[in-house]
Design a protein around this ligand. Structure first.
Ligand code: ADP
Ligand code: ADP
Length: 236
């Protein structure tokens, strides 16, 4: 059975369908890369998965939570959206860290606010996550004192700290120099190896080929290919 299911997602801006009837199923632990030209709707689709964008129509299921949108459905309640979102971690192209908080507090504060963890509990978990992304010694540093690759790894740790069932990545290395991007890709590779369920919008063909269980190609708002990296990426 699918662990994450996006069914018939449509996102229209005016009469332009940025996402035009896209469906995608992931098993627990599966890693799917979404590739395709700029403007294909990859980012919009990803943002529909956690209702950062409200789809025009379609349904998203994550674990035992389901939210359906469209003419045949009542507007989803804030409560239903919050419950579904809580299972989803998201990492953006821009790191979106809080500039006035240290790396440690960037990771621990959301745990206090969202999960009601105590400061001590949250800080302990944050230190473990900083170690996991290779930034043990950056706990007390502010984002401005960290490289782009370090900031992105802090952003990944912050998302993981909320114990999501699935992680969404929207071109996480696009804003980074290639060498620095490698540090981030290495962390993502480890996460995949640990069995995290992941959807990754990326231009990194090596990552898509080597780490993904499946590669989905989007063009003009639609899925044009969906298969193993060997099959999808061997195209002439
Ligand atoms: P990709 O991630 O594949 O580059 P996007 O999802 O960013 O593509 O964009 C898909 C299409 O939707 C593009 O034509 C883009 O201009 C359009 N689009 C995205 N967001 C908006 C918006 N908020 N308003 C209007 N059009 C949008
Ligand atoms: P990306 O592809 O990385 O998402 P974009 O430049 O497509 O970057 O989009 C950046 C932001 O601008 C997003 O919030 C997107 O929704 C919005 N956007 C993109 N295209 C349009 C558009 N044609 N009209 C209004 N907003 C747009």
């Amino acid at each position: 059975a699918a662990f994450v299911r996006a069914a018939n997602i449509v996102k229209a801006y005016g009469d332009h369908r940025a996402v035009d009837d896209v469906s995608m199923d992931l098993k627990a632990g599966e890693v799917v890369s979404i590739i395709g030209p700029s403007g294909a709707g990859k980012s919009t689709f990803l943002r529909c998965l956690n209702f950062l964008e409200m789809p025009t129509a379609g349904a998203v299921t994550i674990g035992d939570r389901s939210v359906a949108v469209g003419p045949d459905h009542a507007t989803p309640s804030r409560k239903d959206l919050a419950a579904l979102r809580r299972n989803v971690g998201m990492v953006f192209q821009s790191f979106n860290l809080f500039p006035h908080l240290t790396a440690l507090r960037n990771i621990s504060l959301p745990q206090e606010r969202v999960l009601g963890r105590s400061r001590q509990e949250a800080d302990e978990r944050s230190r473990a996550l900083l170690a996991r992304v290779g930034l043990k010694d950056k706990a007390d540093s502010y984002p401005s004192r960290c490289s782009g690759g370090q900031q992105q790894r802090i952003a990944i740790a912050r998302a993981l700290a909320l114990d999501p069932a699935v992680m969404l990545f929207d071109e996480p290395t696009s804003a980074l120099d290639p060498e620095v991007g490698m540090e981030v890709l290495a962390v993502m590779r480890e996460l995949a190896g640990d069995g995290m369920t992941m959807v990754v919008v990326t231009h990194e063909m090596a990552f898509a080929r080597d780490v993904s269980d499946r590669v989905v190609v989007m063009v003009d708002g639609a899925v044009v290919e969906d298969g193993s990296p060997e099959v999808v990426m061997s195209d002439p």
